[in-house]
Design a protein around this ligand. Structure first.
Ligand code: NDP
Ligand code: GDR
Length: 364
């Protein structure tokens, strides 16, 4: 079927990946439907540039209210949209928050995937609708093999990862039991300038920009030794699409094959704005100082997790061989882009402050 005749449905369209994927599919000519949940304030910043007025005819981008915890909304939307492809990206996606809200995380991340697969089955769309599940390198948790590939055993280390383990297996089960084209993308960490502000990379680039401009004194972080395989979200959403275009549904690891520690990410971000950090102390007492001896980074144990994932490194050879996929954006380019965008917004805040307005006045 021509791409211009295809209809895609994205859950989590207001999130980082949802916004990149919606843009990508619209460029391919898809009609794109997205599910957003009700919030008391607008939460569509990442997709506002894609908005199309509902009063205009021939709309290619349509939003629907729904929630991963509410079967009735999900089934209704799927029935109405009759999608050729569903990308299930919606999730309570913060690992640390999952320790605070384990039941909600299970409901949205584990049962949410089941609700969509059941809707496909109940509506008789098994042969029509292809399903992508946003699985995660967090499944490897306490790693059993380095690097991690599709055959590496799972050992989840958080309520988030355990919920995603259920979603992974229910996707495999519905593929085998009902012949649904359903697959898991086991994606390693991927970031961008629109990454949520509480994930470590964005927290770092935002804070370094603000420290550079005198808007903030210190960046407080948790485990600086954690190592991650960080890629760019833009590269990774292309892979999500590719996975649904094959003859047979399969699961794939998506990663860069290179890892850095959180500390190294801080150093890379600081270098972008000409700051050099000297690290002193260890564990909960570690601090980072600028050339004037001012403490600008400090460990705060409140950001330690009850069980941590210390190291993740992916092997995406299968994706390379079978799909011809390799990431295009390097770690250095990722950090440069994130820093550039966060510097721009810090400069705006600094300008407002310099002219005597508080952020509160400004928003009024
Ligand atoms: P984000 O946190 O940026 O986006 C999550 C999206 O899910 C948001 O649109 C959010 O809505 C929505 N959402 C959360 N709960 C619900 C709910 N109950 N009902 C409906 N929508 C909901 O995540 P990313 O874009 O970074 O990640 C996308 C997916 O990929 C997630 O499932 C994540 O777990 C997974 N993943 C992410 C990786 C990464 O490194 N980014 C790596 C591997 C997997 P709202 O905007 O209203 O909050
Ligand atoms: P992660 O991402 O848990 O890998 O999950 P996050 O950026 O939150 O943490 C990465 C590592 O950094 C350490 N860390 C901190 N993390 C945060 N958030 N805040 C801090 O202050 C801090 N200090 C140190 C963490 O302990 C961790 O080791 C992300 C999410 O996008 C998931 O949805 C996704 O499935 C996985 O990536 C792959």
């Amino acid at each position: 079927m021509k791409e211009s005749n295809r209809v895609a449905l994205i859950t989590g369209v207001t999130g980082q990946d949802g916004s990149y994927l919606a843009e990508f599919l619209l460029q391919k000519g898809y009609e794109v439907h997205g599910i957003k949940r009700r919030a008391s304030l607008f939460n569509t910043d990442r997709i506002d540039h894609l908005y199309q007025d509902p009063h205009e005819s021939g709309r290619r981008f349509v939003l629907h209210y729904g929630d991963m915890t509410d079967s009735s909304s999900l089934t209704r939307i799927i029935q109405q949209v009759q999608p050729d492809e569903i990308y299930n990206l919606a999730a309570q996606s913060h690992v640390a928050v999952s320790f605070e809200e384990p039941e909600y995380t299970a409901n949205s991340d584990a049962l949410g995937a089941l609700r969509i697969l059941e809707a496909i089955r109940i509506l008789g769309l098994e042969k029509k609708t292809r399903f992508y599940q946003a699985s995660t390198s967090e499944l490897y948790g306490l790693v059993q093999e380095i690097p991690q590939r599709e055959t590496t055993p799972f050992y989840p280390r958080s309520p988030y990862a355990v919920a995603k383990l259920y979603a992974y297996w229910i996707t495999v089960n519905y593929r085998e039991a009902y012949g649904i084209y359903a697959c898991n993308g086991i994606l390693f960490n991927h970031e961008s300038p629109v990454r949520g502000e509480t994930f470590v990379t964005r927290k770092i680039t935002r804070a370094i920009a603000r420290i550079k401009l005198g808007l903030q004194d210190c960046l407080y972080l948790g485990n600086l030794d954690a190592k991650r395989d960080w890629g760019h979200a833009k590269d990774y959403v292309e892979m999500q699409w590719l996975m649904l275009q094959q003859d047979q549904a399969e699961d794939f690891v998506i990663a860069t094959g290179v890892q850095y520690s959180v500390r190294e990410f801080v150093d890379a971000a600081a270098q972008e704005v000409g700051l050099t950090i000297t690290w002193k102390g260890q564990g909960a007492d570690e601090k980072g100082y600028d050339v004037d001896g001012k403490c600008i980074v400090s460990v705060d144990p409140r950001y330690f997790r009850p069980t941590e994932v210390e190291t993740l490194l992916g092997d995406a050879s299968k994706a390379k061989e079978k799909l011809g996929w390799t990431p295009k954006i390097t770690f250095k380019e990722l950090v440069t882009e994130m820093m550039r965008e966060d510097l721009k917004s810090a400069e705006r805040d600094e300008l407002v402050k310099r002219h005597g307005f508080s952020a509160y006045d400004y928003h009024e």
